[in-house]
Structures are given as C-alpha cells and as structure tokens.
Design a protein around this ligand. Structure first.
Ligand SMILES: Nc1ncnc2c1ncn2[C@@H]1O[C@H](COP(=O)(O)OP(=O)(O)OP(=O)(O)O)[C@@H](O)[C@H]1O
Ligand SMILES: [Mg+2]
Length: 306
C-alpha cells in the first residue's frame, strides 16, 4: 500500500498534533464491534482488501488538470460486488473527478481503473450514473427522460416507456410521468434521475452527491429510499460521492475519506451497523460514534480551516 499523509501538512496548526501515517488507516469490522461496548476509539489498521474479486478497482490514480491543478494523488480503492462505499471529502478535494474517471468520462493522468473486470478506457454503458446535477433533458417528459436510457441501448420505444413507467412508479413518481422537468420539484427531479439510473438494472451505480441540492427533509427521505432499493433484490455495487458525514455513515458499508485537495485517501471506516439504519443517526450510538470519528479526522486534516 502506498504511503499517504493523514494531515494537510503545513496547514496543520501547532496546537494540533500532526499525524503522520505510512498507510491508510482503516477502522475495521472487529474494531467497530468493540467500539459499541468500549469507550476506546477504533484503532487504525492497514487495509487488507485486494483487487481480486473487486467490482470496482481503482489503482494508484492521480489526476492533474490543465494549468497544473492536481486534483487526485495516488488514490487506490477496491469496492466489492454488492458493497455500498462512500467517498467523503470537502469541496474541491477531487470527488467528482474520481467518479468521472471511474465512469470512463475523464482520463486519469496515471494509474488505472477496472469495473467488473474490464479496464476503463471509454465511457461505461453498463453502469447507472447519477450526477451532481440531475441533467434531465428539459424538452422530454419525465417518462421520456427515463425511457431514454433504454432507447439508447436499443430497446423498442414502447417497451422502454413501459419500463420507465414501472421505474417511476417505484420512485413514487407515476403522477409526474407526463410532466416536463421544469414542472417538478428538486426532490422529484432527483428521484427521476435515480429512476433513470436504475432502469436498465445495472449491477453498479456511481452516484455523485445525488442528494446534495435537496432540502434536509427530502434528502433524508431519499436516503431511506436509496437504502430500501439497495436492500431489495440483488444488491448493487454503489460508489457514492458525498461531502455529508451523516449521509455517508447512514448509508455506507464503508466510508473512504479523502484529504483536502489534492485528494488522497486519508482513512477508511467500515460501518458495522444493522440495516435498515435509522432516519436520524443521532438515534444510534454506533453511527454517532463513527460520525464523531470522521469529524475529528476532518479537524485533523484542516478541513474546517480557511
Ligand atoms: N475541468 C477542470 N479543469 C481544471 N480544474 C478542474 C476541472 N474540474 C475540476 N477541477 C479542479 O479539480 C479539483 C477537484 O474538483 P472536483 O470537482 O473533483 O472536486 P469535488 O470534490 O467534486 O468538489 P465539490 O464537493 O465542490 O463538488 C478542484 O480544485 C477543481 O477546481
Ligand atoms: Mg463534485
């Protein structure tokens, strides 16, 4: 495993202990279980995950944009089939960049990515993608926006519409099928974009802050819906990008924390808590403990400083 710095280096104030790490700290299943009965914080361990069998394997990925902006440095991460992994980090730390690289929509400067055993070299078509903006086409109805995903994969229009109607129904959006995106609320638009990502039943979902623009109540409802969808049937592999600590803890099997820009993996937390998880994580001592740990890590990384 490559070495990473767990602090923001020269931006850590003298009052805070500078924490050097030679490997990505991971907070394991066993330790998480201990944490429920112990008051001690989970201890750091080295990740034992290997690339073998991973549905998504990100190997030593760095990205440097034009004008020398370094967005990601040596990011390595494996996501197992059926695992729900969140990538959590402050604004500008490279989360969207990472997702675009995994989706094959952006090339990395160095490193490699495989998804379901295939090296990513061009845009992936067999994954569901939910972007930070819902990206609905304003000139198509909600139904036709969702159906488009099937049409571009060669399905007959009538069959695509039938499937789209089912997908909207699952999202509680049947009544909005014939409305245009501008006639929908923010939450409805995001649910439509979820329906669009799910409709072709991909085994892998890439989600970039899908609930970031929603009001707090709608966001909590949508998190519950996503967890329900994920728990129903065959579990999809989900790479979920967020800057919300509570959202990541509530939804994930594992939370991977990126350092401020350029994004490096600062730590991983395995969230060992039963599902479905409570609506408000403050109701659950284990989840609250993870959340506190992550905020403490953010503090050490200098995330709250100017
Ligand atoms: N096309 C681009 N050209 C140059 N720099 C870019 C480009 N896209 C992103 N960046 C820069 O790369 C860094 C990471 O951006 P990115 O959008 O991946 O961050 P993010 O973690 O998704 O942020 P946010 O939480 O605000 O969405 C930032 O410094 C950003 O300014
Ligand atoms: Mg982003």
């Amino acid at each position: 495993m490559h070495a990473v710095a767990a602090t923001k280096g020269n931006r850590v104030s003298a009052a805070k202990p500078r924490r050097e790490a030679t490997s990505v700290p991971t907070f394991t299943h066993e330790r998480a279980r201990d944490a429920r009965t112990d008051t001690a914080a989970p201890a750091a361990q080295t990740s034992a995950d290997g690339a073998r069998g991973a549905a998504i394997s990100i190997r030593d990925v760095s990205k440097r944009y034009a004008r020398g902006v370094s967005a990601l440095e040596s990011v390595s991460l494996d996501v197992r089939a059926g695992e729900f992994v969140s990538v959590l980090g402050p604004s500008g730390c490279g989360k969207s960049t990472l997702m675009l690289i995994v989706a094959g929509l952006l090339s990395c400067s160095s490193g490699s990515v495989t998804v379901n055993g295939e090296t990513v070299e061009k845009p992936l078509t067999d994954v569901g993608i939910v972007f930070q903006d819902d990206l609905l086409l304003e000139f198509r109805t909600t139904l036709d926006n969702v159906a488009l995903q099937c049409e571009v994969r060669g399905m007959r229009k009538s069959e695509a519409r039938r499937k789209a109607a089912q997908a909207l129904d699952r999202m509680g959006l049947s009544s909005a099928a014939r409305r245009y995106p501008h006639e929908l609320s923010g939450g409805m638009r995001q649910r439509a974009s979820l329906a669009r990502a799910f409709i072709h039943e991909p085994s892998t979902l890439l989600m970039d802050e899908p609930f970031g623009a929603l009001d707090a109540i709608t966001r909590i409802r949508m998190q519950g819906e996503l967890e329900r969808l994920w728990l129903d049937g065959q579990r999809k592999t989900i790479l979920f990008i967020t800057h919300g600590v509570e959202e990541a803890v509530r939804l994930s099997d594992r939370v991977v924390v990126l350092s401020p820009s350029p994004g490096r993996i600062a730590a991983e937390f395995t969230i060992d808590a039963p599902r479905p998880r409570p609506i408000v994580i403050e109701d659950n001592e284990t989840l609250t403990r993870y959340s506190r740990e992550i905020y403490a890590l953010f503090d050490r990384l200098g995330v709250f400083e100017d």
